[in-house]
Structures are given as structure tokens and as C-alpha cells.
Write a protein that binds this ligand. Structure first.
Ligand code: ATP
Ligand code: LTN
Length: 337
């Protein structure tokens, strides 16, 4: 690999990739991919913290990987793979569990949210999930992690774990930095409940736009988006629904919020919603077209993820061996076949 800084990021194969995931994370991956050595993983180990149907999960994992490529990720110059194909993630995760405090994990808001949502299955994996995420990142000596704002707390914990380990054993891990969207669409909100984030596991499909939704579905969902009883297109405190649509429009057209406000100065919600829908449809059209093409090419997809896993495992093992030596484990002498 060329001597560039390293990016690692991933999305859990749950639900379907939403406009929120795309604008908060994937769009940045695409923009950064040429300037960094990038690893983009479908983080399937994370996804079983919530119960999954095996047949669906297997299909969805492949589908997510295809969607990464359809969004514009180059699967050959970047490392694109399934997390479960690189066992070093789980190995490092066990080790780092022993360098993470219960108190730290108890403070994670995602754990609190998810345990409230899945109160019949508050498993230990849901609790230690951030340690696995830290392992994903630290295995590759990652410099930068492009994620949505909701992941900043996990990134902060990753940094704390790395600093703690380095402090005990000497320099072992690079301490990573987060990379989040700077302006506008910081968090894309649910179209039906604009005070909570657009989530890909929302049971109400009108709350989110999938990046593979048809133009008709996008138009219908945006027309139905919950807004207030006002009439002006202005980004103002407390107007969550309209603010969300402004953010979405601004992100997909690359216009600033004030440019959007000026453009719709004398227009009403109806016109604005139509414009937002059209802009989203046009933005996602090439993604859907590429997805349909790539889906037909099973051999190519298999090649991407098998080579991806091999390249990832090679890098990951270097870090894992270093960690083993630091901790005091006996060197492995068996010959790999
Ligand atoms: P789930 O609903 O299953 O928890 P999710 O929609 O939150 O899923 P994740 O797999 O947790 O999706 O997140 C993938 C990436 O998308 C992360 O970088 C996350 O920060 C980002 N992201 C998720 N939702 C949003 C959102 N509404 N706005 C911006 N970024 C988001
Ligand atoms: N926790 C993330 C997904 C994730 C991730 C990562 C993101 C798992 N491992 C490593 C960046 C880097 C989420 O979006 N829920």
C-alpha cells in the first residue's frame, strides 16, 4: 500500500442503508478515498448484538457490500471486506475488553438506547460493542474515522483505550481522530419523527429513505414528511422537520443553508418538498443504477471481498502480533499452511 494515512470505517448490516448513513458517513468515504489508504468493512460481527435472521443476514451482508461500491467506493484501490472474515477483530476485542472499564461502557448512549429498544435481549455483546469497534479501528493503525455524529462517543472511548494501552506497554496503537460532516447535515433526522435520528432499523419505513428507494417511494416519503404549521423555508431553532429537509437539500445539492433559504424565499412547503424529492432522486439515481449492474456480477463481488479480507488480515496480524508481544504471550511457532 502507498504511504498515505489510514482510514477505517464500517456500517452494520442491519435494515437498509439510509440517506442518513449515506450523508453522515458513506458520502465522506467516497470523497476521502483517493487521499488515504482506506478500509471499509461490513461490520457483521457488530450486527448480531441484535437478533438477526441467518438467511436475511447473509443476503444483506453481500447487499451492503455492493451498496458500498454502488455509492462510489473503489473496491480495488480500497480494502472492502466482511469483518467476520478477519478473525483478528474478535481476537483484539477480547484483549481490549481487559483494558476497558465497566463504568466507561455504562456511559455509552447507544447502549442505553439499544437496551431500551431490545429489552428482551440485553446481551453482553451489546454492552461490549464499543470495544469491538475500538479493535476494528486500532488494528489498522487508523488515522481517521469518518462517521456520523452519533458515533463520536465511541471514538472518544477508542482513543482512551489506545492511550491507556500505550501508556502501560509503550507505543502500540495510533490514536485515531474522528472525521464528521462539518456543516449542514450533521444528523439526518427521521422524516416521521424529526426529533430522533433517521435510523435504518426504524420499523416505520416512512421515517427513512433507503439509498435504493425508487423515485416514487422517495417522492411519497418526502411529501409525507412531518413539518410544523409554519410556511416559511427558514432554518430556525425548534423547527426540526423543516430544518431536516433543508439539511438534506443542502447536502445533496452542495448549496449552503442560506442559499437554500434564498432560493425558496417566496415559496411554500409544497414546492420545497417537491424540490427536495427531486434533488434526492437525482442524487441517488446513479447509486441505484450502479447497484443493479453490480448485483449481476457475482464473481467480481466475491473477488473484491475475498481479496479485501486477505489484505486486511495481513495488516491486522501485524498489529495483533505486536500486541501479543507487548502483553507477554509466547511467540507462535506453528507453521501456517
Ligand atoms: P441502527 O438503526 O441499526 O442502529 P444506524 O442507522 O444508526 O443503524 P449504523 O450502522 O449504526 O446505522 O451507522 C452507520 C454510519 O452512519 C455511522 O457512521 C453513523 O454515525 C452514520 N449515521 C447513522 N445514522 C445517521 C443519521 N441519521 N445521520 C447521519 N449519520 C448517520
Ligand atoms: N458502531 C458503528 C459501526 C462501526 C464502525 C466501526 C464505524 C463498527 N465498527 C469502526 C467506524 C469504525 C455504527 O455506526 N453504529
Amino acid at each position: 500500500m502507498e504511504d498515505k494515512k489510514v482510514i477505517f470505517s464500517g456500517v452494520q448490516p442491519t435494515g437498509c442503508i439510509t440517506l442518513g448513513n449515506y450523508l453522515g458517513a458513506l458520502k465522506n468515504w467516497v470523497e476521502l478515498q483517493n487521499d488515504y489508504n482506506c478500509l471499509f468493512s461490513v461490520v457483521d460481527l457488530h450486527s448480531i448484538t441484535v437478533r438477526q435472521d441467518p438467511v436475511q443476514l447473509r443476503k444483506r451482508c453481500v447487499d451492503f457490500l455492493i451498496q458500498y461500491l454502488a455509492c462510489g467506493i473503489d473496491g480495488e484501490s480500497n480494502i472492502v471486506y466482511f469483518q467476520s472474515h478477519v478473525p483478528q477483530h474478535a481476537e483484539l476485542s477480547w484483549i481490549l475488553n481487559c483494558y476497558t472499564y465497566l463504568g466507561e461502557l455504562s456511559r455509552m448512549t447507544q447502549f442505553k438506547d439499544k437496551s431500551a429498544k431490545h429489552e428482551n435481549n440485553i446481551n453482553a455483546g451489546l454492552f461490549t460493542y464499543p470495544v469491538l469497534m475500538a479493535s476494528d479501528i486500532l488494528l489498522y493503525q487508523t488515522d481517521l474515522v469518518p462517521v456520523g455524529h452519533d458515533q463520536l462517543q465511541h471514538l472518544e472511548l477508542t482513543r482512551d483505550i489506545a492511550i491507556r494501552f500505550n501508556h502501560i506497554y509503550g507505543d502500540t496503537f495510533k490514536v485515531p481522530e474522528p472525521y464528521v460532516v462539518k456543516s449542514g447535515a450533521k444528523r439526518i433526522m427521521s422524516l416521521q419523527n424529526p426529533t430522533s435520528k433517521m435510523s435504518k432499523s426504524d420499523p416505520n419505513e416512512n421515517g427513512y429513505i433507503s439509498i435504493l428507494d425508487t423515485p416514487d417511494a422517495i417522492l411519497r416519503k418526502i411529501k409525507r414528511a412531518v413539518t410544523d404549521s409554519g410556511s416559511t423555508i427558514k432554518f430556525e431553532e425548534g423547527r426540526d422537520g423543516i430544518n431536516n429537509l433543508i439539511s438534506i437539500y443542502s447536502a445533496v445539492t452542495d448549496k449552503s443553508v442560506s442559499e437554500v433559504e434564498a432560493e425558496f424565499d417566496s415559496k411554500g412547503y409544497g414546492d420545497f418538498k417537491l424540490a427536495v424529492a427531486e434533488a434526492v432522486i437525482e442524487h441517488l439515481r446513479p447509486v441505484r443504477e450502479r447497484y443493479e449492474d453490480l448485483k449481476k456480477n457475482k464473481d467480481y463481488i466475491e473477488k473484491i471481498y475475498s481479496e479485501g479480507a486477505q489484505r486486511a488480515a495481513y495488516i491486522a496480524q501485524k498489529t495483533l502480533s505486536k500486541v501479543h508481544r507487548r502483553i507477554g504471550y509466547v511467540d507462535r511457532k506453528y507453521i501456517k499452511k
